[in-house]
Ligand binder design. Structure first.
Ligand code: GH3
Ligand code: MG
Ligand code: MG
Length: 734
C-alpha cells in the first residue's frame, strides 16, 4: 500500500540510495532538510512515516524527534543512525520517544525496503502464508515486529487501530489439553524433557492464581483517571510474561488472553472508561481460564524424578570442598546476575576424595591446607588434576593464619585463589564464582538473555538436564559485563525485550572483537522472512521460534556448541601436546598484557626448550621424540593454574605466561616441573630407557619489557644463557 513518507536528511548521497528504494515500493517521498519547516509540514500533511536523519540543516535529528514528540506522540518515526550508540540511547529513543525503528548506516538496500514495509505489517493476522506455524499455536499473535515493541501496536488516538479480537472470539479448541503422560507429544520431545516439561507445567499452573492476582491488584490500586505509568508498565510486564510462559507450556488460550490483557494495559494516560472495562474483563477471563488449566493439573502427581528434573543439580556448578568442617549450605541466587548456582560437595580430608571426584563431574575444587600438612594439600591437588578430564580443573586453597607464604608450590599445584580462615560466606561465594568462571573447556556454558523469568527458568531446566551450565540474564543492558564474567560458549537471545531489541543487543556484542565467534541463537515469536533476515543481519547464527520446542532447542544448542568447540580446538590447540598454538598463544598474551597494563598487574613469561632433543630423535627414534613432547605438554597442562597460558612455540620449544606472578615465584614453580621431568623414564623405539631435561629463560612484565616482542626476545636471550651454562636450568637474569 502506498504511503506518504517524509525524509529528513541532509546527506544527498544517502537520499539518492533511499529514495529510489521507497519509490520503487510505491511510496511517495518528500524530502526536507530543515527541521523547522519539517515540523510545520508534518502538522499540515500528517505523513504516514517520517524518516529522520542524524543531522538536519538547523537541528540534529534526535533534537528534532524530541521536539516533535512534545506535541505529537502519534506520527510514526524512524531514525537513521550514523554511528553505534550505547544501549541507553536505544532505550530512550525507542521507548520514550516512540521511534519505531532505528536503521544503521550503511543502509543495506536489500533489507531497507522490507523493513520499512514491515512497519505497517498487520501482525494480528498470524504468520504470513507460507511460513511455518507451530502445532497448537493460535494465530492471533499480536507479537511486535522488527521495530520497537510499541510500533506494532497502534498508538492511542490513531485512526488506524485494527480490530482486536474480542476475548470471547478465541477458539476454545486452541487450548488443547496438555499432553497427558503416555500420549504422543506434539514434537519429538525426548521423554526426559517431556516429563520435565510436564512437571514444569504443573508448577506453573499452580502459580497462575497469584500471578493474575498480582495484575489485578495493580489494576485495582491505580487511579483510573491518571494511572501511574510505572505501575501500568509493571502490570504489562506481568501480563507479557504470563503470555510467554503460557505459550511455552502449551496453554495457548491463556496465552492469547494474556496477550490481549497486555495489549489493553498499554501505557496510556487517558484510558477511556470502556478500556478499563476491557481490562477488568480481561483479568476475569484470564482468571477463569487459569482456573481451568489449574484443575487439569490438579490430579497429576509428578514422579520423584520429574521433581528432581525440575530443579536439576546438573544445572549447578559443582564444587568439591575438602575441609575439616563441613560447609554450611550456601544460599546463592539461582538466576539473575548474582552468580552461577552452586552445589557444594563437602568431604573431610583423608576420605576418598579422588573417588568422589570421579563420581561427580566437578567444575572446581577448594582444598584446605591444614597446619603442618601443606604437602598433603598440594599432593591432593596434583592427583585431582591427573584424573581424566581434570587437567584444567580450577583449584583454590583455604589456609590458616600460620601458613607459610610460599606461593610457588601452590601455583605449581594449580591454586588460582587463596582464602584465609575464618572466611565469610560472601568471601567463599566470590572465590567459588571466580573459580568456576576461569574454567576452560569442561561443561558447556549457556547464557540466556530474556526478560521473562519463567521462560528462562524453563530453559535452565531443559538445558540443565542435559548437563549444561545455564545462566539467565533478565536485564539485556548488562550483557557485555555478564559475557566478560561468565564467558559462555553460546548465547540464547530474546528478541522482544523492554527497552531494547535482541537484534541491537547482538550487534553490540558482535561489535566487540572478543565475541565475534560466540554462537548466538535468537528466540523469536516472529516467523516472517523479514525477522529472519534481521536476525542474520544483526549477526545471529540461528533463530528459534518461540514458544521453543524442547527437542529442537536442545538439538540446535548442542549442534552449535559442538561445532564451536571443535572449531576452537582445531584452530587453537596443538594436537601432539594439547597446548595452545603459537598464534592463539600470541593472541592470549596480548590480551594478558593489556589487562596487566590496565590494572597494574605483574606477570611473568618463560621460553622453554628441551635439551639435546635432536639427539633424542637420532638415538631413540622420532616416535620416542614425539612421546617426550606429548609428555612435556601434559605436564605443563596439569601443573600451574587454569588461567596461566601455555603454548607450543614451535618444534621442541614451549612458552608459558603466569598471570599476576613474578618470575622469582614462578622460577621455583617451574623448577618443580623440571624436577618432575628429570625423574620420568622414557622408552626408546627399541625399548631402551632415557631421561630428558629442559632449559628456560624467564622475564617479568613490566620490569624486563613492556611489549610482547621485547619480553619474548629477553626470555630467548636468557634461554640461550641457560643452554650455554650447561642446560637443565632456568635463568631469570641476563
Ligand atoms: P639444544 O639443547 O641446544 O636445544 O639442542 P637440541 O638438539 O634440542 O636443538 P636443535 O634445535 O638442534 O634440535 C631440535 C630438534 O627438534 C630438531 C627437530 O628435528 C626436532 N623436532 C622439532 N619438532 C619435532 C617434532 O614434532 N617431533 C620430533 N620427534 N622432533 C621434532
Ligand atoms: Mg632443544
Ligand atoms: Mg630448539
Amino acid at each position: 500500500m502506498s504511503k506518504n513518507i517524509f525524509l529528513l536528511e541532509t546527506d544527498d548521497q544517502l537520499c539518492s540510495l533511499i529514495v529510489p528504494i521507497l519509490e520503487g515500493r510505491g511510496h511517495t517521498v518528500k524530502r526536507e532538510i530543515s527541521g523547522h519547516s519539517a515540523l510545520e509540514s508534518v502538522k499540515e500533511e500528517n505523513p504516514d512515516l517520517v524518516i529522520v536523519g542524524e543531522q538536519l540543516s538547523d537541528i540534529d535529528g534526535v533534537g528534532w524527534i524530541i521536539k516533535i514528540r512534545q506535541t505529537d506522540r502519534t506520527t510514526k518515526l524512524a531514525f537513521l543512525s550514523q554511528i553505534w550508540r550505547d544501549t541507553e540511547f536505544y532505550q530512550q529513543v525507542t521507548r520514550e520517544l516512540k521511534v519505531s525503528q532505528i536503521f544503521h548506516r550503511p543502509i543495506k538496500s536489500a533489507l531497507f525496503g522490507p523493513q520499512i514495509d514491515a512497519l505497517w505489517a498487520d501482525r494480528r493476522l498470524g504468520p504470513p502464508a507460507g511460513t511455518a506455524t507451530i502445532p497448537g499455536q493460535v494465530p492471533v499473535a499480536v507479537g511486535a515486529g522488527v521495530g520497537d515493541p510499541s510500533s506494532a501496536l497502534p498508538l492511542p488516538g490513531t485512526t488506524s487501530e485494527p480490530a482486536v479480537p474480542a476475548f470471547s472470539s478465541i477458539p476454545l479448541s486452541a487450548s488443547m489439553p496438555m499432553p497427558i503422560p503416555g500420549q504422543t507429544p506434539v514434537s519429538s520431545i525426548s521423554t526426559l524433557a517431556d516429563a520435565t516439561l510436564l512437571a514444569f507445567r504443573q508448577k506453573f499452573s499452580k502459580s497462575l492464581p497469584s500471578r493474575i492476582k498480582q495484575i489485578g491488584e495493580i489494576v485495582d490500586r491505580v487511579e483510573r483517571s491518571s494511572p501511574d505509568p510505572k505501575e501500568m508498565a509493571e502490570a504489562r510486564r506481568l501480563a507479557h510474561n504470563l503470555k510467554g510462559t503460557s505459550r511455552s507450556c502449551g496453554f495457548d488460550r491463556l496465552g492469547a488472553l494474556a496477550e490481549l490483557l497486555e495489549y489493553s494495559l498499554r501505557d496510556m494516560v487517558e484510558l477511556q472508561t470502556d478500556e478499563w472495562e476491557k481490562i477488568d474483563k480481561g483479568i476475569q477471563d484470564a482468571r477463569k481460564e487459569s482456573e481451568r488449566v489449574r484443575v487439569q493439573f490438579m490430579d497429576y502427581v509428578p514422579t520423584a524424578e520429574e521433581l528432581q528434573n525440575l530443579n536439576p543439580d546438573s544445572a549447578k556448578a559443582r564444587v568439591l570442598m575438602v575441609c575439616q568442617e563441613a560447609q554450611p549450605k550456601l544460599s546463592l541466587p539461582t538466576n539473575g546476575t548474582g552468580g552461577i548456582p552452586l552445589e557444594i560437595i563437602s568431604v573431610p580430608p583423608g576420605s576418598d576424595v579422588l573417588q568422589k571426584a570421579v563420581e561427580k563431574q566437578l567444575d572446581a575444587a577448594m582444598i584446605e591446607i591444614m597446619p603442618g600438612q601443606r604437602e598433603y594439600a598440594f599432593q591432593l591437588a596434583r592427583e585431582l588434576r591427573s584424573l581424566p578430564g581434570y587437567d584444567n580443573l580450577p583449584l583454590g586453597f583455604v589456609y590458616d593464619l600460620d601458613h607459610d607464604d610460599d606461593r610457588s608450590d601452590a601455583t605449581h599445584a594449580g591454586a588460582s585463589i587463596f582464602i584465609e580462615k575464618p572466611f565469610s560466606q560472601e568471601t567463599l561465594h566470590e572465590a567459588l564464582q571466580h573459580l568456576i568462571t576461569i574454567r576452560e573447556g569442561g561443561r558447556s556454558r549457556v547464557l540466556i538473555v530474556d526478560d521473562d523469568e519463567d521462560f528462562t527458568e524453563l530453559i535452565c531446566v531443559a538445558l540443565g538436564n542435559e548437563g549444561m551450565l545455564v545462566k539467565a540474564l533478565h536485564d539485556p543492558f548488562k550483557v557485555i559485563d555478564v559475557l566478560e564474567d561468565y564467558t559462555p560458549d553460546l548465547m540464547l537471545l530474546d528478541v522482544m525485550m523492554p527497552g531494547i531489541l535482541g537484534f541491537d543487543v547482538c550487534r553490540k556484542v558482535r561489535s566487540s572483537g572478543r565475541w565475534q565467534d560466540l554462537p548466538i541463537i535468537f528466540l523469536t515469536a516472529q516467523t516472517d522472512l523479514n525477522s529472519r533476515l534481521s536476525a542474520f543481519d544483526a549477526g545471529g547464527d540461528d533463530y528459534l521460534i518461540k514458544p521453543v520446542i524442547n527437542a529442537e532447542l536442545l538439538k540446535r544448542v548442542k549442534v552449535r556448541l559442538d561445532k564451536a568447540r571443535m572449531q576452537r580446538e582445531r584452530q587453537d590447540r596443538d594436537v601432539l601436546t594439547g597446548l595452545l598454538l603459537r598464534r592463539a598463544f600470541s593472541d592470549s598474551l596480548s590480551a594478558l598484557l593489556s589487562e596487566s597494563e590496565r590494572h597494574n598487574f605483574n606477570f611473568s613469561l618463560s621460553l622453554l626448550d628441551i635439551d639435546h632433543f635432536k639427539k633424542v630423535n637420532d638415538t631413540y627414534g622420532h616416535l620416542a621424540g614425539d612421546r617426550v613432547l606429548a609428555h612435556v605438554g601434559k605436564l605443563l597442562r596439569k601443573r600451574f593454574r587454569v588461567e596461566d597460558l601455555r603454548g607450543r612455540w614451535g618444534g621442541e620449544e614451549f612458552i608459558l605466561a603466569f598471570r599476576h606472578e613474578k618470575k622469582e615465584t614462578m622460577q621455583r614453580a617451574l623448577h618443580r616441573v623440571l624436577e618432575e621431568l628429570r625423574k620420568v623414564e622414557f622408552k626408546g623405539d627399541r625399548g631402551e630407557s632415557f631421561n630428558v631435561t629442559f632449559s628456560a629463560g624467564m622475564v617479568n612484565f613490566p620490569d624486563d619489557g613492556t611489549n610482547t616482542h621485547d619480553l619474548i626476545l629477553s626470555s630467548d636471550r636468557r634461554l640461550y644463557i641457560a643452554k650455554k651454562n650447561g642446560r637443565d636450568q632456568i635463568v631469570i637474569t641476563d
